[in-house]
Every structure is written in structure tokens, then in C-alpha cells.
Design a protein around this ligand. Structure first.
Ligand SMILES: [Cu+2]
Length: 180
């Protein structure tokens, strides 16, 4: 029995789509989502983080949502609203034993978070502008203090304010989930 195709695989292998049309489809995030077949496999991304030159809330060079809480084992898609971004985890901001994740500039990736904890990541070209984010997995408090300490070491003109804002959001999420 053939394993079910993921959506991305189905798009790439559809013979009737030219490369140009495939790329156009991939660029239309909303349209692509609307085309998602029902009966998704367990590995299909259920949440998306998007890299923006200007996020919906008006913040420049930012991920949205920059703080995302997912359940253990959930897959997150990291896509791009604009060119020139990438996503990669900070080595010092991973739960113990967790695999790092990342892609090249312009590369959209999916990553399955199968270790509980807090993951910090950044965009390499724009990290100095505060382009960072956090994925919180399950009870994410185990390594939160370590991630907070590492975040306080990040340098850049906008960084301290971003870190402060994102940790306020992390605290809000943790409290509403009864974890903090
Ligand atoms: Cu960027």
C-alpha cells in the first residue's frame, strides 16, 4: 500500500502543473491552504509561521506569530511572505536532546516538534534587526530559564525590546495554560 502523499509532495508531482504554475500556487498561501485535501496525514503541518518584511501588526522584519505554542508532536510550517529570509534554531535555545532545525534563505521548511520545551530561532540576514521567534512545545517551561538567559545575550539595536515583548507573550501563554 502506498503511503499517502503530503500536500507539498502532491503539488510537486502533479504532472499537469507547469513549474511556473506550481510556484504561483506555492506563493498563494491562502489559496494553497484552501486546496488542502481533507484527511491530512499526521505529519501535515497544522500551524504556520511566516517571515515578513512587515508583519500584519506593522512590525518590520518579524515572524508572525513570533511566539507559537504547539502540542507535542505537532508539525509547523515556516514560510515566507517576502524574499530574503530564512529560519534556523539557535543552538543554545533548544530543549535537551532536541534536534535543531533550519533552512537556507528563501527555503520554506516543515519541522515536527517531538521534544517538549522552548525553541528559539532567528532569521540569519535580519537577526540584528530583532527577527527572532519562539516555538513553545507542550509544557515548555523545562528549559525556559536557559532560553531566557540566552535571549538576554542577543545583541542588536531592537533586540532587547523584542525579547522583552516576546517573553511577555510567553508568560501570558504559560499562565493561561496553567504552566506558570
Ligand atoms: Cu529575515
Amino acid at each position: 500500500m502506498k503511503p499517502p502523499l503530503t500536500h507539498a509532495h502532491a503539488l510537486r508531482s502533479a504532472p499537469s502543473l507547469s513549474r511556473r504554475n506550481s510556484l504561483a500556487l506555492l506563493g498563494l498561501g491562502a489559496a494553497a491552504l484552501a486546496m488542502r485535501p481533507t484527511g491530512l496525514t499526521a505529519q501535515a503541518a497544522s500551524q504556520t509561521v511566516t517571515a515578513h518584511n512587515r508583519a500584519p501588526d506593522g512590525v518590520q522584519m518579524a515572524f508572525a506569530p513570533a511566539v507559537l505554542h504547539v502540542t507535542l508532536g505537532e508539525t509547523v510550517r515556516f514560510d515566507h511572505a517576502d524574499r530574503g529570509h530564512n529560519v534556523q534554531s539557535y543552538d543554545e535555545m533548544l530543549p535537551e536532546g532536541a534536534a535543531p532545525f533550519g533552512g537556507e534563505i528563501g527555503e520554506e521548511i516543515e519541522f515536527t516538534f517531538d521534544t517538549e520545551g522552548t525553541y528559539g530561532y532567528f532569521c540569519r540576514p535580519h537577526a540584528a534587526m530583532g527577527m527572532i521567534g519562539y516555538v513553545l512545545v507542550g509544557d515548555f517551561t523545562g528549559n525556559l530559564d536557559a532560553v531566557r538567559a540566552a535571549s538576554a545575550e542577543l545583541r542588536g539595536p531592537m533586540m532587547a525590546r523584542r525579547v522583552e515583548e516576546y517573553f511577555a507573550e510567553i508568560t501570558r501563554i504559560g499562565q493561561s495554560a496553567g504552566l506558570m
